[in-house]
Design a protein around this ligand. Structure first.
Ligand code: ADP
Length: 693
């Protein structure tokens, strides 16, 4: 096929295509990897931001916890003073309050001049400040300035105020960061005294902040520069730290509350979503790998297909058998180059062509259409094929052998018919040739037999002929001895017998020589002498058949150089054929003419032409074609060898034997003989012999 399958082109395009395909695959894989990376990174970041915002939320919670706790404590302190206590009753209530609030280290009741009226220390720790009013590192006096400052602020705010934090070393070598809170006690509109509470910052964190907050993170108070004042919470886990800090704004002091949270980040799978994304990515990569494998298989299949196509094309192009496919409607769907060459049409002219096909001979269209209808009805043609005749584009016809088979597609359905064509014209020609040569061989074999027979006959006949001749001579001698009593006609007849016997002997010898292919003895003979030699026999037959014979010899003819006996036989044969041909004619028309004249060709001086003209029915064309074929005859008792022999004899002399039609009817047989070089001894006399009926 020329159109759809161009396998070579396919292959050529396959290489760069493969290259491009691979780069595409690499690009795809890179894109997928980048996308996955980004997704994992984003998922991680998302999770980090989640953790961070939770931490911020926790910090705010912690902050409000602390604020709430502090406010509640302020209220409790105010409650202590509400029942106008004495220092001793105040102490009992204050001790009870300290038992409940672990964040409080000490509560003092001071008068308006900041002198301590009563104080209570927390029962959970050893004395933090040593004895009251004592000097020294743990001494309460050291804190006096902080307390005074806080109370000054409290006075100003007319509410609770806090001091800045400071470190109180304890007797066990450790220490505490504490903060003072001063609450002015108002009595009848003026400040009657102060309640001073000392908070341990660490205990504030431990007791005021919700437990669940401290469980997973570290809570601390820091100064603005980051110095850590107090710390509470679990030990650090993981490597990645998240931090959130917020200001605890207290009247008179500002602390920074900081939450630290440790996570095992950066982990590869920070949470389920990332794990999901990663799983999806792995699935995607697996699909990619599978796809790549599939593509490789496809590529291999494509290559195989291209190879198969190229192979098929090469096979089709090298075929000498014509191939043609038709669909079920009889349209041509495929032709191979051999078929195109066979019918002389191009593939474009044939493809899609329906009925009648352009290569059907017009006079056979109906027959072929019937044949096709039978085929399309689903009848399977003979497996060995059938013969048909197609017409080339130039109009010439040729025989083909057609082998048809149903065309089955991949689904097992019949889609049309596939036909193979063999141009059998060459085969026919060879068959014809071999038949002709067979016939020629048979004829030659028969000729050889005839030759053998002739040679045998001539041998066998020689003896009786010699006997006839000597008897005739003997009889003539006897007659002469008898003298005048013998009738003169008898003597003449005997002489003729002797002559003819001698002639028969010569004929036999000539035939013998001819058959044996010996060089015939050529001799110069005058035309008239040749004619005279056969005239007695011609006359004899003419009388029998009722034919008038006219001879016409041109005067002044030169002698010819020939095998006299054989040429006489030729003349005799032609004359006899002519007379026999006129048998069915009316008597008046039975005229045979024998002429001798100089040949009319250019080199005419060298040749002499004999013509034997009859007025018979003439020679039909089909008879004329086989006239010189040995054993061809139309006569019941004929041998069919006469003309063939005549031609051989004439051609052996270098002459030509042919025939033509004679107007209005009859045939002219003519042959040429070579003239003897040199002057003619013959007198120029015209002779006309007429044999009457
Ligand atoms: P034969 O005479 O034995 O048949 P020939 O070779 O002499 O063999 O002649 C072959 C055939 O040629 C004859 O049978 C005859 O049909 C045809 N033929 C020969 N000469 C003539 C003629 N002058 N006119 C018509 N037919 C002739």
């Amino acid at each position: 096929m020329h159109g759809p399958f161009r396998a070579q082109g396919w292959r050529a395009r396959l290489l760069p295509l493969g290259w491009r395909r691979w780069t595409l695959w690499l690009l795809l894989a890179a894109l997928v990897l980048v996308m996955l990376g980004i997704m994992v990174y984003l998922a991680g970041r998302y999770e980090a931001s989640q953790v961070q915002s939770r931490l911020e939320r926790d910090t705010s919670d912690a902050l409000s916890d602390i604020r709430g706790g502090l406010t509640r404590n302020v209220q409790s302190l105010q409650a202590l003073q509400s029942s106008n206590p004495t220092p001793s009753s105040w102490t009992i209530d204050a001790a009870e309050m300290l038992r409940q609030h672990r964040e409080l280290m000490r509560i003092e009741w001071r008068d308006a001049g900041l002198h301590t009226l009563a104080h209570v220390d927390t029962p959970y720790r050893g004395k933090l400040f040593g004895r009251s009013g004592a000097e020294g590192p743990g001494g309460r006096d050291r804190a006096q300035t902080d307390v005074a400052l806080a109370c000054a602020n409290a006075r100003r705010f007319n509410g609770p105020a806090y001091s800045s934090s400071y470190f109180v070393p304890s007797s066990d070598g450790l220490g505490l960061e504490v903060i003072e809170m001063c609450l002015p006690l108002i009595s009848s509109g003026r400040i009657a005294g102060y309640a001073v509470a000392t908070y341990a910052l660490q205990e504030v964190l431990a007791n005021l902040v919700g437990r669940q907050l401290a469980r997973s993170q570290e809570i601390s108070f820091t100064e603005a520069d980051g110095t850590r004042l107090a710390l509470h919470g679990s030990a650090r886990r993981g490597v990645r730290m998240f931090t959130a800090q917020q200001l605890l704004d207290l009247p008179g002091n500002t602390l920074v509350l900081r939450l630290d949270s440790w996570h095992s980040a950066p982990s590869l799978f920070p949470n389920v979503m990332t794990a999901l994304v990663t799983a999806m990515a792995i699935a995607l990569v697996s699909v990619l790998v599978l796809l790549a494998k599939d593509t490789r298989r496809r590529l291999a299949a494509e290559r195989d297909l291209a190879d198969a196509l190229a192979f098929r094309k090469a096979m089709e192009d090298s075929l000498v058998t014509g191939l043609r496919a038709r669909d079920l409607q009889g349209h041509i769907t495929y032709v191979n180059p051999a078929f195109c060459q066979m019918v002389g049409f191009s593939a474009e002219e044939l493809l899609g062509h329906g009925v009648p096909a352009p290569y059907w001979p017009p006079d056979r269209v109906t027959e072929y259409e019937q044949r096709q209808a039978i085929r399309l009805a689903g009848n399977v043609p003979p497996r060995e094929g059938f013969e048909s005749v197609f017409m080339r584009k130039d109009g010439t016809r040729f025989p083909v052998l057609v082998i048809e088979a149903p065309l089955i597609n991949a689904q097992g359905l019949q889609t049309g018919w596939m036909s193979a064509f063999l141009d059998i014209s060459e085969q026919r020609r060879i068959e014809e040739l071999s038949r002709a040569s067979q016939e020629r061989l048979q004829a030659t074999a028969r000729l050889a037999t005839v030759g053998e027979m002739a040679s045998l006959l001539s041998h066998e006949l020689n003896q009786p002929l010699a006997a006839i001749s000597s008897y005739a001579t003997g009889s003539m001698n006897l007659l002469r001895h008898q003298g005048a009593s013998a009738p003169p006609d008898l003597d003449m007849a005997l002489r003729r017998i002797a002559e003819q016997a001698e002639r028969a002997g010569r004929v036999i010898k000539s035939v013998h020589d001819f058959v044996r292919r010996r060089d015939q003895a050529r001799e110069p003979v005058a035309a008239r002498a040749l004619l005279e030699a056969i005239m007695p026999l011609v006359t004899l037959q003419a009388r029998k058949l009722g034919v008038r014979v006219i001879t016409d010899i041109e005067p002044g003819l030169p002698e010819v150089l020939c095998d006299r006996t054989m040429v006489e036989q030729v003349l005799l044969n032609l004359a006899r054929n002519g007379m026999q041909a006129m048998e069915p004619c009316e008597l008046a028309q039975r005229v045979l003419r024998i002429e001798a004249r100089k040949a009319a060709s250019n080199e005419s001086s060298g040749w002499l032409e004999w013509r034997v003209i009859d007025h018979g029915p003439g020679i039909p064309k089909e008879v004329g074609e086989q006239l010189f074929t040995p054993f061809f005859t139309t006569k019941a008792e004929g041998m069919g060898l006469g003309l063939s022999l005549c031609r051989t004899v004439v051609e052996q002399h270098g002459g030509y034997l042919g025939f033509e039609a004679q107007a209005p009817r009859g045939t002219i047989f003519s042959f040429t003989l070579p003239v003897k070089k040199g002057p003619s001894p013959e007198a120029a006399v015209a002779v006309a012999v007429t044999a009457a009926v």
